[in-house]
Design a protein around this ligand. Structure first.
Ligand code: MTE
Length: 309
């Protein structure tokens, strides 16, 4: 575990030179065209240095991150989101925040981003299907937003919903899941500093196929917890229903912490294949809590993680 995190990380340490140059050029180009970071709430006030939480694992390329996706509203093929999500209009965007909060309301994306200090967090996304990617997310802590709206003492869980846009989401007409896509976290998980709301990646506003304009990233859990294109955040007293658990409770639990010791009923979860490494690339052993155990294992003290999978 030690050594997976570096506090003195430079972009040039973790980014292939060509990508580093591209993102610098993108920043320069955006500035020259009058579309600088200031004009884009998704990238407003991006801190120059990445977070102490970031991993130093090699990054997947932007090409890989935006062409191999799960976003079932656009279809179940890994290339469907890249093919179809471009038609989703993400500006304006409103997020309803309700339930056990002091300041419920319909918040525009710009309101949510007001005063937010964005950071780059390099986190691995580990999918339940046993593939993984390392992504330089840009985002802020979910705790920030929850503290701004004020969680009431009775609040114990946070529920999330994705937009339902039948005109542009061909997958909605198929009954893969009961829409809207729903996810949830226990409040202490939601408040953990590793849990972020991401608004971009690689210094770009969030690509639609990755969940524009606002998606969750919960790096110690299987990827399906990281819900995309969020339109509702509710603080609740009881454990909220979640899409994959509703679809198949035997295979997908509420917690879904990455755990190589607990197999999915239809496949092993002990190893993973990094996307982009080629199909015959050596599989690597999956780490418990996706390698973030130091930060989150204590959340589950005393819990049986086989029963609470
Ligand atoms: N969010 C919504 N709304 N719909 C989805 O189908 N798929 C999940 C998650 N969030 C999904 C979603 C799954 S299974 C994974 S692995 C990640 O998104 C994939 O994120 P990525 O495409 O940005 O890598």
């Amino acid at each position: 575990m030690a050594g997976r995190y570096k506090s003195d990380l430079n972009w040039s340490d973790v980014t292939p030179k060509s990508v580093f140059m591209n993102r610098r050029q993108w920043m320069a180009g955006a500035g020259a065209a009058g579309l600088g970071a200031i004009a884009s709430p998704a990238l407003a006030q991006l801190n120059a240095s990445p977070s102490a939480y970031s991993t130093d694992a090699p990054l997947n390329t932007l090409e890989e991150i935006t062409n191999y996706n799960n976003f079932y509203e656009f279809g179940t093929g890994k290339e469907d989101p890249a093919r179809y999500a471009g038609k989703m209009v993400t500006d304006p965007w409103t997020v309803k925040i309700d339930g056990l909060v002091d300041k419920p309301g319909d918040y525009g994306f710009d309101d949510i981003m007001k005063g937010v200090d964005l950071e780059e967090r390099i986190y691995r996304l580990r999918c339940v299907e046993a593939w993984s990617m390392v992504v330089p997310w840009i985002g802020f802590e979910l705790a920030d937003l929850l503290n701004r709206v004020g969680v009431q003492p009775a609040g114990k869980y946070v529920a999330f919903e994705t937009a339902v846009l039948p005109d542009v989401m061909p997958g909605l007409a198929r009954g893969y899941l009961d829409w809207p896509y729903r996810e949830g976290l226990r409040l202490d998980e939601a408040m953990n500093p590793l849990t972020i709301l991401a608004t971009g990646l690689y210094d770009e506003p969030m690509p639609n196929q990755n969940g524009a304009p606002l998606r969750l990233v919960v790096p110690w859990k299987y990827g399906f917890k990281s819900i995309k294109s969020i339109v509702r955040i509710s603080v609740t007293e009881t454990e909220p229903p979640t899409s994959w658990n509703m679809a198949n409770a035997r295979e997908y639990g509420f917690y879904s912490n990455v755990n190589p010791e607990v197999d999915h009923p239809r496949w092993s979860q002990a190893t993973e294949r990094k996307v982009g490494g080629g199909f015959f690339a050596k599989r690597v052993e999956t780490q418990k809590f996706n390698g973030y155990g130091d930060q989150v294992a204590s959340l589950y003290d005393g819990m049986d993680l086989r029963a609470n999978f």
